[in-house]
Design a binder for this molecule. Structure first.
Ligand SMILES: [Zn+2]
Length: 72
């Protein structure tokens, strides 16, 4: 995925909006789970961690469909 190319939303075909998702990473950060579980144990750590205690995901969103397309 190139940052110079704005993808179209696969649902409504509108241009997607570039940006980043940020979350605090102080208590474990972001993990990918194939299935939700009660305590979210395990999972694969994903994202771009900074020394400021944040985890970032760069990508695009469609505000109409509330769809995120993120690079991790
Ligand atoms: Zn859309």
């Amino acid at each position: 995925m190139s940052a110079n190319v704005v993808p179209k939303c696969p649902y409504c075909q509108s241009d997607m909006e570039p940006g980043s998702v940020a979350a605090e990473s102080l208590t474990g950060g972001a993990k990918w789970h194939r299935n939700r579980s009660m305590l979210a144990l395990g999972g694969e750590k994903i994202g771009d961690y900074t020394s400021g205690g944040m985890v970032w995901f760069d990508g695009f969103r469609c505000p109409t469909c509330r769809l995120l397309q993120l690079k991790y």
